[in-house]
Design a protein around this ligand. Structure first.
Ligand code: ACO
Length: 432
């Protein structure tokens, strides 16, 4: 949809301190309505205030559509459940970044690049040695991605973008796996070109030189599914960070590195780690999930039910629905029963019937189940958010690319309502 076609030609009227202002009305391709306030400050001196940006559109985007009320998530027009059933992660990454599902030739070319650029410069291995064993892998991941800008400095946007996109996607899984191997003190396993993206990631994480490692197909498929489900989620905290940093024309690697830091937080991507830690805590405390349910409802307890609630999904998170089925399949195939899954299911069952959660429209989000599946795969808790970052990478790249290629993009620079001291005289400190 062309930018000019978003404007309906009609205006909303704002009455402000006795004067009327016209705010052009915009309608998106899925009929979402917006008011263009870009000229409001110049015309009236007023700004709009929207703490947490819950009501602010920061851009026009053709990548991902979410209708939180109806539980809809679509990448480039394709419903998430169809992509999950019919495509693999590499195809979805291509779709998000380049706007269409690849032809066979395009896919072959993309796969070729993703495999032939998966090695990291041997000098980068030295960086891993510098981190203490206690370093969180998200900190390592973000540092390493930023370091890529030193190995692939200044690039020409037109000629080098595609190759740098492939480099980043290819190398992120190597960096992720190496940071895991470093944390457990095992030798690095190098990428192998004949494996799928998800299979190679599993191999680099779990193979050891002395034994043959056989990739479990169900696990490989479940990992691919998780990556697809996390691949984009429009203007969330980390994606907005990538756009924010990229709006200053910082390079791709620096912008993505900032996005990884934003994802790390427990209220965002870090929630999958928090979910597991919460479930483990409940189990260690005797498994009395009802007690924790009551604590979640009592604000004074400061306890939140991690993995519940979402800024945009107010009925159900479509990704959580798909993952719930996947969790059962993976655990069944691996022959694992997990007491944490039982606690999770009990919490979910109560929450779905409880007025506190119903009134506030709090439903399990994607992180509620992803942690359980990662755990069954043998992925340690502190790597969960890294897995999320691997999945989200194509979305970040697509959003960064879209921003850079949108004519008229300005540096992101919100305003504020100042509430501090008004001008006052400076009295020097008496230092005698
Ligand atoms: N447990 C208990 N109460 C909750 C929870 C929760 N997990 N989440 C929200 N609430 C309550 C709030 O206290 C608030 O109650 P009130 O209206 O009585 O004051 C109400 O529900 C609305 O919550 P907000 O915090 O205003 O919702 P917001 O949209 O700002 O936050 C968020 C969304 C951050 C996801 C929040 O629900 C949360 O902290 N959830 C737990 C963390 C989590 O799972 N994050 C992962 C998000 S998904 C992702 O990033 C991939």
């Amino acid at each position: 949809m062309e930018t000019s076609k978003v404007y309906t030609g009609e205006n909303a009227k704002l009455l402000l301190q006795g004067k009327e202002y016209n705010l052009p009305i915009m309608i998106g391709s899925e009929k979402e309505v917006g008011l263009d306030i870009t000229k409001l400050r110049a015309d009236s001196g007023a700004i709009t205030v929207d703490s947490g940006y819950g009501n602010t559109g920061s851009c026009l985007s053709a990548i991902t559509f979410i209708d939180g009320e109806r539980g809809i998530l679509q990448y480039r027009g394709y419903p998430i459940d169809e992509l999950a059933a019919k495509s693999n992660f590499v195809e979805v990454a291509y779709l998000l970044i380049f706007g269409h599902l690849p032809t066979k030739a395009e896919l072959d070319d993309f796969n070729f690049k993703l495999t032939h650029h998966s090695l990291i410069h041997e000098d980068m291995k030295k960086f891993f040695e510098g981190f203490p064993p206690t370093a969180h892998p998200m900190g390592i991941l973000s540092s390493m991605v930023n370091s890529l800008s030193a190995f692939y400095p200044e690039f020409d946007y037109k000629t080098d973008l595609e190759i740098n996109i492939a480099r980043l996607i290819a190398k992120l899984k190597t960096i992720a796996a190496f940071s895991y191997k470093k944390s457990i003190g095992q030798p690095y396993i190098y990428p192998q070109n004949h494996l799928s993206y998800s299979g190679d990631l599993l191999n680099m994480m779990f193979a050891v030189p002395s034994e043959e490692y056989k990739i479990n197909k169900v696990v490989e498929e479940a990992l691919d599914l998780l990556l697809i489900l996390h691949a984009d989620h429009e203007q969330n905290c980390s994606t907005s960070t990538v756009r924010m940093v990229g709006s200053s024309e910082a390079n791709l690697f620096a912008s993505i590195s900032a996005g990884i830091c934003a994802l790390w937080g427990p209220l965002h991507g870090g929630a999958n780690q928090e979910v597991l830690e919460m479930l483990e805590h409940i189990r260690a405390d005797g498994g009395d999930y009802k007690k924790y349910m009551n604590m979640a409802k009592d604000k004074s307890s400061g306890f939140k039910l991690m993995g519940f609630g979402h800024r945009v999904y107010k009925n159900f998170d479509p990704r959580a629905k798909i993952l719930k089925a996947s969790a059962d399949k993976v655990l069944g195939q691996l022959g694992k029963s997990d007491p944490l899954l039982d606690i999770a299911k009990n919490l979910e069952e109560i929450a779905l019937k409880d007025d506190f959660f119903i009134e506030r429209k709090l439903y399990p989000n994607v992180d509620f189940y992803s942690g359980i599946i990662y755990r069954a795969m043998g992925i340690p808790t502190n790597m969960f958010t890294v897995m999320f970052a691997l999945g989200r990478l194509p979305g970040w790249i697509a959003q960064w690319k879209e921003m850079r290629e949108t004519p008229g993009t300005r540096i992101y620079r919100p305003r504020q309502i100042y509430t501090g001291a008004t001008k006052r005289a400076h009295a020097p400190i008496d230092k005698r």
